[in-house]
Design a protein. Structure first.
Length: 376
């Protein structure tokens, strides 16, 4: 009887232990499952939070939108990066405005001041090549070239492409680079249309015009030459090639006042009987030189002349306000940085950008200049 009781007590103890173990295992399993569920919930909430707060993809359009508002660029794409800019000639008002715009926008993009390398090509192809070689030693993430000689640009383009450095070309194309600047043919054609309209208003038609002079800069290459050809084409479309050829001359008066003055003087000397003359200048510098030549002749009446320029930099604005020219097709150089720097940042971020990005244009006259450029 005693043995039976002992075995009964032992059996009861063993069964109790078994159920206790099962209960502990079940509790442990439930606890682990609960912890796993909680961890998964937390992870899901974290992921959802990250998706909610993550910035949208930063691309050229996003950066350009910030640039136009003069706001800090999202993500500071320029932080820790380097950008180089070789200016055509910092002494030109147009180029000075482009440079100031780039510097302003570079700061908004997050570039440190010491990582923005500025060089002056001084309107000299040899110096432009030297500057390009110096810039290569600085190893910028993106290089912006503003240089007018098409042949030199081809050399510079190969150097930077071979080095794997992003390259942007301002106003004059460079092989392998995105072009940023003027729609040369389209802008020139619009200038021609404006002149045709003004000829009707001022002279009562082209038959009353003695001479039409269109400036050009062959050194800048075929693309920039379109800035002249577009105007010629507009006249041909309106009046036919035969009449246009009789009235219109394309002159090679370069890109500076010093280039332009002697060429315009020579043309006027060759046409002493021309009194009612239309002038279309490639930029405000050539307009300045051409006007100096016109005034030196001394026998031309300003009221008989119709003069248009392009660019509308500070010197062009002054020419307009002083009545030296009748119109200036604006390229807004003070806004170039709003395109150039976002494009540079997009390249740094590995984003694709269009092969050609054009600036906006507007014909500025004495009547509307204060709307675009209020007096300071």
């Amino acid at each position: 009887m005693k043995k039976f009781l002992v075995w009964l007590i032992v059996l009861t103890f063993v069964v109790s232990l078994a159920f206790s173990a099962i209960g502990c295992e079940k509790q442990a399993t439930e606890t682990t499952a609960a912890e796993t569920t909680a961890a998964e919930t937390t992870a899901a909430e974290t992921t959802a939070s990250a998706e909610t707060t993550a910035p949208a993809e930063i691309d050229y359009k996003t950066l350009n939108a910030a640039a136009q508002k003069k706001e800090q660029y999202p993500g500071e794409p320029g932080k820790g990066k380097k950008i180089g800019f070789a200016n055509f000639s910092s002494s030109f008002p147009f180029c000075a405005s482009v440079q100031a715009s780039i510097e302003e926008q570079a700061a908004l993009a997050g570039f440190a001041k010491e990582d923005v390398f500025i060089m002056d090509n001084q309107f000299d192809a040899t110096i432009a090549l030297q500057n390009a070689d110096i810039m290569l030693t600085k190893n910028p993430d993106v290089f912006v070239e503003f240089q007018i000689d098409a042949k030199v640009n081809a050399i510079i383009g190969k150097k930077f492409t071979d080095a794997g450095i992003g390259l942007l070309a301002v106003d004059v194309p460079i092989p392998g680079a995105t072009f940023i600047g003027v729609d040369n043919f389209g802008s020139s054609y619009n200038v021609g249309l404006w002149l045709i309209d003004q000829i009707d208003k001022k002279y009562g038609g082209i038959d009353n015009v003695d001479l039409i002079i269109v400036g050009s800069a062959p050194k800048a290459g075929e693309v920039v030459y379109l800035r002249s050809i577009g105007t010629v084409t507009a006249f041909q479309d309106k009046y036919g090639k035969e009449l246009t050829d009789k009235k219109l001359l394309i002159i090679e008066n370069g890109s500076t006042a010093e280039d332009s003055k002697p060429v315009v003087a020579a043309v006027l000397a060759d046409h002493p009987n021309a009194k009612k003359i239309v002038f279309s200048f490639l930029n405000d510098q050539t307009a300045t030189g051409g006007i100096a030549a016109i005034e030196a002749v001394g026998n031309l009446n300003r009221d008989d002349l119709l003069i248009v320029s392009t660019g509308a930099d500070e010197s062009g604005q002054e020419l307009l306000r002083n009545g030296k020219i009748d119109g200036d097709y604006a390229y807004f150089p003070e806004r170039y940085g709003e395109i150039i720097v976002p494009a540079a940042c997009a390249l740094i971020l590995g984003q694709s950008i269009p092969p050609d990005i054009y600036v906006t244009n507007e014909m500025i006259t004495k009547e509307n200049i204060d709307e675009w450029y209020p007096k300071k």
